[in-house]
Design a protein around this ligand. Structure first.
Ligand code: ZN
Length: 70
């Protein structure tokens, strides 16, 4: 994973991720990797996020529904 490729999420996306939901499709996020205070979470739609304590989320991958998000 290359940190510079990560993209900061919007406030709204941040809130959704905090609730364990995918901001792209509304599905459930699940943890794919854990390291120290950071987590990688993903959704079945393909969206992936990096999340660190206390709460900073960055987007790793866009879900298939991303283009329809707005
Ligand atoms: Zn999703």
């Amino acid at each position: 994973m290359i940190m510079s490729e990560l993209e900061r999420v919007t406030e709204q996306e941040n809130e959704t991720i905090k609730q364990g939901k995918c901001p792209d499709c509304g599905g459930e996020l699940y943890i794919t990797a854990r390291g120290g205070l950071a987590l990688n979470v993903a959704c079945d739609c393909g969206a992936k996020f990096w999340v660190a304590y206390p709460f900073t989320a960055e987007r790793i991958a866009k879900g298939v529904n991303y283009a329809k998000a707005d």
